[in-house]
Design a protein around this ligand. Sequence first.
Ligand code: TXA
Ligand code: MG
Length: 339
Amino acid sequence: MAHIVAVSEQSLRYAADLIKAGDLVAFPTETVYGLGANAFDERACARIFTVKRRPSFDPLIVHIADFSTLDRIIDRSALNAATEKTMHTVISSLWPGPLTLVLPKHASIPPIVTSGLSTVAVRMPSHPVAQQLIRLSTGAIAAPSANRFGFLSPTTPQHVEESLGTDLVLILDGGHTTVGVESTILDLSEDSPHLLRPGGISREQLESLIGPVAYSGSTHKAPGQLKSHYAPRTPLYMFRDIPFADGTLFLFFDSTSRDKWCEEHNIAPTDERLAVLSPHASLEESAVNLFSVLHELDKRGAKQLYVQQVPLYGLGLAIHDRLQKASNKKKWGQTSESE
Ligand code: TXA
Ligand code: MG
């Protein structure tokens, strides 16, 4: 069983030694907890797929802590001048932070990390614990979110323990994550920038820096971007105005929406079957709370969960993407045909 360990110089060194020795460590990032292995170690990275029960066609993100490491991860010689410029613009203003870039892969990254693709996903997390772990180990840690494949992402060490605890030695405790949704994935390997996954950096933020960023919604075919994902065990549906039924939970965006609905349905706003993502309708706060609220509601063993749609700008795009994918899981243990 994994130990949740407080962060100290000693525990960080121990965790870094585990990574160097080819073991896995769960660690905090600003988005969600990651399940990390030495990105240059093929066998260690293979273990990530086994522990997560993740299909081998779903590539990993390589996490770095220093700009100089980038040249060991990507093949800079394969970049044209325009891409080089775009890359420079986004990383100089958004790294470290919740932005992942897809770029031509360096030969030093084993094929298992990228599922055999010629591109690699790379990001520089801003969380100090992630940065120290990366620096104290091998400079590059391959890590997916630290949850079983297809299920809710972890935003606390307890979420990691509940999901993967039996397979891990160490979970570094960084408390609750501060962004709450995964990094934005921006593909710079094609002629023009393409958003593969909305996340902690908004599309608007990217466009203000580099101009138009194409996004084909949750339907875009990227490896691992499956229709069904991020799902609780409780069947989740996007909100419909249905009458209150036994065993049904409702998750509202904000208190005002909840109160309005309660008035129409003659239900007390304090009813324990109701929950709210952000009392004052903040998308940032909704992102932070999203997975922990879903984890909590999932423990109630309800028959179904209805979730209100959030506004589709800023971090709302990432929140909506996760809810949409969670609602595509038909029922516990059975996923939609796309998985
Ligand atoms: O915030 C995050 O990004 C978190 C933390 C731990 O850093 N990580 C995370 O990893 O969300 P994961 O494995 O749950 O999602 C990574 C996704 C994959 O599902 C895949 O779609 C995409 O990144 N990806 C990785 N390499 C890619 C590539 N070469 N081309 C296109 N997509 C890629
Ligand atoms: Mg994930």
